[in-house]
Design a protein around this ligand. Structure first.
Ligand SMILES: NC(=O)c1ccc[n+]([C@@H]2O[C@H](COP(=O)([O-])OP(=O)(O)OC[C@H]3O[C@@H](n4cnc5c(N)ncnc54)[C@H](O)[C@@H]3O)[C@@H](O)[C@H]2O)c1
Length: 282
């Protein structure tokens, strides 16, 4: 898309972190914004912040894992603005427990439902409109962990997001739709992601939680520290804004981490085993 002024963006997970920064950046660019999130008081506060840029901004409480709730988000967006141009499927949760010996089924379902199904619902609700309009751009938030090994629900969901986003991109080009697609794969970003349990529905609480070992707990602490010192969310929003304008597919925020993907790709083309790798060592 070459001009964003007067157009409309829909952002999920817009009350906090990166989604909130995207909403601010798009409003600064003159776009109207539909900000959706599951966390109500924080969304109200974020809507007021973004509306200060002077465009029309509305908030919609949405659970991206729920198809009916996502239908309502679409209905609200079309009722308020008629046209939608940029859709950021961004809402996500880290998941509380990340090792196969103590991941519960409830954890798996919650993380896959929000991180992967949220994107799938976003495509289902908004793609027919963008295709009919013949103009628009979808940005799906995956992660650098959508490319790296790991055995958690989070990694499974993010690999899924990379796969369907790449698939959508290829389909849009083959059908010459003019719809842009971006796959955002951030490294560490300073957000509230490690406090995702704040939005965890009661229904997904595991009946029995196995406590992490000291070593596993040290791993969580290292992730929390890496997030704290990560890239500020407004810098990621700048990348996203530019990717929409320049029709850029891959949005990586940390090229040192990207360098670590090389061995995986080489191991495939060279038909050999990959070297072991851990995100905490990058
Ligand atoms: N922070 C990082 O280092 C990092 C790195 C790679 C990818 N990501 C991804 O970035 C995206 C944004 O996360 P963030 O880092 O800004 O974290 P964040 O916790 O600050 O923001 C996530 C937002 O999603 C919302 N949300 C959670 N569950 C929801 C649901 N069911 N329906 C609707 N909204 C829901 C939360 O309320 C929150 O406002 C996520 O998809 C995350 O997986 C984050």
């Amino acid at each position: 898309m070459r001009d964003l002024t007067g157009k409309t963006a829909v952002v999920t997970g817009a009350a906090s972190g990166m989604g909130r920064a995207f909403a601010n950046r798009f409003a600064q660019a003159g776009m109207n914004v539909v900000m959706s999130d599951i966390e109500e008081p924080r969304l109200d506060e974020a809507v007021a912040e973004v509306a200060a840029h002077g465009t029309k901004v509305v908030g919609q409480i949405t659970d991206v894992s729920d198809s009916g709730s996502m239908d309502e988000l679409g209905e609200r967006a079309f009722a308020e603005f008629v046209s939608v141009h940029v859709v950021c499927n961004n809402a996500g949760v880290s998941g509380g427990r990340t090792s196969p010996d103590f991941v519960s089924e409830a954890d798996w379902r919650w993380v896959i439902d929000v991180n992967l199904w949220g994107v799938i619902h976003g495509h289902r609700v908004f793609m027919p409109h963008l295709l009919e309009q013949g103009e628009g751009h979808i940005v799906n938030t995956a992660s650098i962990l959508g490319h790296l090994p790991g055995h958690s629900a989070y990694v499974a969901a993010k690999w899924g997001v990379v796969g369907i986003t790449l698939g959508l991109y290829n389909e849009m080009i083959a059908a010459k739709t003019g719809i842009g697609v971006s796959c955002l794969c951030p490294g560490w970003v300073a957000t509230d992601l490690m406090n995702s349990d704040r939005n965890r529905p009661e229904s997904t609480m595991p009946s029995a939680l196995v406590e992490p070992t000291a070593e596993q707990e040290a791993g969580f602490e290292a992730v929390r520290e890496s997030l704290k010192t990560g890239m500020p969310a407004p810098e990621v929003a700048e990348f996203v804004h530019d990717a929409v304008l320049n029709d850029t597919f891959w949005i990586f925020t940390d090229m040192n981490m990207v360098a670590a993907l090389q061995d995986k790709h080489d191991s495939i083309t060279e038909n050999r085993n990959p070297a072991p790798i851990s995100i905490l060592d990058l």
